[in-house]
Design a protein around this ligand. Structure first.
Ligand SMILES: [Zn+2]
Length: 275
């Protein structure tokens, strides 16, 4: 008898522990649930989100590379078919394409709408010759970061091509400095000039407002951010990897490299990322 009651005590104790564990799990989940239930829609819409998911895709060349010996170009390249599949994947999945100038409105939107931003670095001629027709055909909003002093040079878009693209209103242009130096390793005065003068010259040349800046090679240090703010940009993109936009980090926007992923694989990679 004594051994049976000892056994019962052990079973009872185990059951109690299990019940306590289950209760703890339930309580742990409950505050979040009750928060969602109790907050009125007015309060939710008035609250400001600090962070929000925004995959910012980074592209350079989208082409069939003719010169396989040019390994740099090859490493920066995405096959046009893959690029098109990636864009169609996003469109089919209900993503809304936005420009950098729309980031404030984006942060205000507390609905379930999914957003994406498509960025092209360097203003290459292939953008005009090979990529733009697809962008136009599918009515995609994208941003292209121009290097002011490279406009019209071999491999880069001409000023007339930029003007031609501007007519359609689908591409927002940003600045990628005057000469594409690594801003981290040049003098601060020169970095400031590269950041400020490129904005002034692009605005004067094309009669547009330049809102967005992109650090060459994505490299930056915190000391550069005041120059970007002083110039009057409202945001800047880096090559730090991630898909979460922070309201306080508009001058350090992380970007997403889609690689060769398309379809569900691409959507899964975006969804899984928590940086
Ligand atoms: Zn670049």
């Amino acid at each position: 008898m004594a051994s049976i009651s000892k056994k019962s005590i052990i079973i009872l104790a185990t059951l109690s522990l299990l019940l306590i564990g289950l209760a703890a799990l339930f309580l742990k989940r409950d505050p979040k649930d009750s928060f969602v239930r109790n907050v009125s829609p007015e309060v939710v819409s008035a609250s400001k989100l600090q962070t929000k998911k925004l995959p910012v895709f980074v592209y350079h060349y989208v082409e069939i590379n003719q010169d396989k010996k040019d390994t740099t170009r090859d490493s920066l390249n995405i096959n046009p078919y893959v690029f098109e599949q990636q864009m169609l994947t996003l469109q089919k999945a209900g993503y809304k394409f936005i420009w950098p100038s729309e980031l404030d409105q984006f942060m205000e939107d507390t609905s379930d709408q999914k957003y994406v931003m498509i960025t092209f670095d360097d203003g290459y001629a292939t953008f005009y010759n090979q990529t733009y027709h697809f962008i136009k055909k599918n009515n995609l909003k994208v941003v292209n970061y121009l290097i002011y002093n490279k406009l019209g040079y071999l491999n880069y878009m001409t000023k007339d091509q930029v003007r031609d693209i501007l007519k359609d209103g689908l591409v927002e242009f940003g600045s990628h400095t005057l000469d594409h130096p690594d801003l981290v390793y040049i003098s601060r005065d020169e970095a400031r000039r590269q950041i400020i003068d490129s904005k002034t010259l692009l605005e004067k040349e094309f009669g547009i407002k330049i809102n967005s800046f992109c650090y060459p090679y994505g490299y930056y240090v915190p000391e550069l951010i005041p120059f970007v703010e002083e110039a009057g940009y409202t945001n800047a993109t880096t090559t730090k990897e991630g898909t979460i936009l922070n309201r306080d980090r508009f001058f350090e926007i992380k970007r997403f490299r889609p690689g060769y992923l398309t379809g569900q694989d691409l959507l899964d990679k975006i969804n899984k990322d928590s940086n």
